[in-house]
Design a protein around this ligand. Structure first.
Ligand SMILES: Nc1ncnc2c1ncn2[C@@H]1O[C@H](COP(=O)(O)OP(=O)(O)OP(=O)(O)O)[C@@H](O)[C@H]1O
Ligand SMILES: [Mg+2]
Length: 356
């Protein structure tokens, strides 16, 4: 966030939230609502989805830190991705073994074949037999061909971690956050337990899939968070996605997270007067302005346009959905750092936030 103190994320959060009050919220049909963290902290399983590059991993990191700061033990599960979480949190690369990445926060990047072998071992119980089965190339290629099994190996592992308890009988992890792959894939993954219920014979796999589906569909224990940006296309796709999740999957969408929101610099009247000069928005104007004193006017007009697009898309989003939205700031120079995640975590943890 421009001009903020990385060392003081809560001040940065407060200043962002202050700038989003008043006419900004009136303009988009929003209002201040209670901070979302109390609600989110009650859930055992949170599934973050959204289009590629909208900030799912960044938001997972922020949410993990915010929940951990509330005293929760949080695990972030990534499904076999080229993970960026370690870069965001400034830790060692995150692999297939669960590793602690901050106080109260753990992460794992699931490797499907290995997860499947671990699962097989839990079912078969005799290590020598499960090694022989899951180490066998023929069986490996057979398993790769079973529809849904690889997705289940990742989602099922995430679910399994919600069931783990420590030696005192406490939950090993209070909240498991699943940082899903970009939209299409993410939803395919959520369909898998149901597919297993339809095709698998009675047995351990079926029993676990049943338990996972029951958890994922329970709005008091699970929730889907759809991450998006305050722009035209992402908002249109998000509205469609939220409806598809509710209709096709019967799973609760808890919140939409609008990431990368800029606190407006201009009033409506100022925006209107800047946008009354469309010539300022041409490519030519931008090139020319590098050399003359119109640069400020060109920059102002571009910013005004962006603020207008943001206002219109937020307004449309809030009108189209029943779920409240969480608004997170655009960070200018520290998004992929621990300080940036902490600044976003502070917004999530604020007692009030812009919503609906
Ligand atoms: N609030 C923000 N302000 C500024 N930049 C951001 C913000 N959130 C994310 N970014 C930047 O956007 C890019 C994509 O973020 P991120 O990797 O979290 O998205 P993603 O949805 O997980 O992507 P993918 O679909 O590839 O997994 C990164 O460069 C990140 O630093
Ligand atoms: Mg990601």
């Amino acid at each position: 966030m421009s001009g903020t103190q990385p060392s003081d994320p809560s001040r940065a959060a407060a200043s962002f939230l202050d700038r989003l009050t008043g006419s900004f919220l009136e303009n988009v049909g929003g209002r201040r609502v209670g901070g979302p963290l109390d609600e989110l902290a009650k859930r055992r399983f949170l599934f973050l989805t959204g289009k590629g590059g909208v900030g799912k991993t960044t938001v997972s990191a922020a949410l993990g830190l915010a929940l951990a700061a509330r005293g929760k033990r949080v695990l972030i599960v990534m499904p076999h991705t080229k993970e960026r979480l370690s870069a965001v949190l400034g830790t060692k690369p995150i692999g297939p073994d669960v590793a602690q990445v901050a106080d109260g926060l753990w992460a794992v990047n699931v490797e499907p074949e290995r997860a499947l072998a671990e699962y097989g071992h839990m079912v078969i119980k005799v290590r020598a037999v499960s090694n022989a089965v899951f180490g066998n190339e023929y069986i490996k290629s057979f398993l790769r061909a079973v529809p849904g099994l690889y997705e289940w190996s990742m989602l099922g592992k995430a679910w399994f971690h919600t069931t783990e308890v420590d030696e005192d009988g406490r939950n090993q992890y209070d909240v498991v956050i699943f940082d899903a792959p970009a939209t299409g894939h993410g939803l395919d993954m959520l369909r898998v337990p149901k597919v297993i219920l339809d095709v698998a014979p009675p047995g351990v796999l079926r029993r676990d899939a049943e338990r996972a589906v029951a958890l994922f569909r329970d709005p008091t224990k699970s929730g889907i968070l759809v991450v998006t940006l305050p722009e035209e296309m992402p908002v249109t796709e998000t509205i469609e996605l939220v409806h598809a999740i509710e209709k096709d999957l019967g799973m609760p969408v808890l919140r939409v997270v609008v990431n990368g929101v800029m606190a407006p610099l201009f009033t409506d009247a100022e925006r209107a007067s800047l946008l009354a000069h469309p010539e300022l928005l041409t490519l030519e104007a931008a090139t020319r302005a590098e050399h003359d004193r119109d640069a400020a006017a060109v920059a102002g007009a571009r910013r005004a346009l962006r603020e207008t697009v943001q206002r219109d898309s937020l307004r449309r989003l809030l009108h189209s959905l029943d779920e409240p939205a969480i608004v997170l700031p655009h960070l200018f120079d520290e998004a992929s750092t621990k300080e940036g995640s902490q600044a976003l975590a502070a917004v999530l943890g604020a007692p009030e936030i812009a919503g609906r």
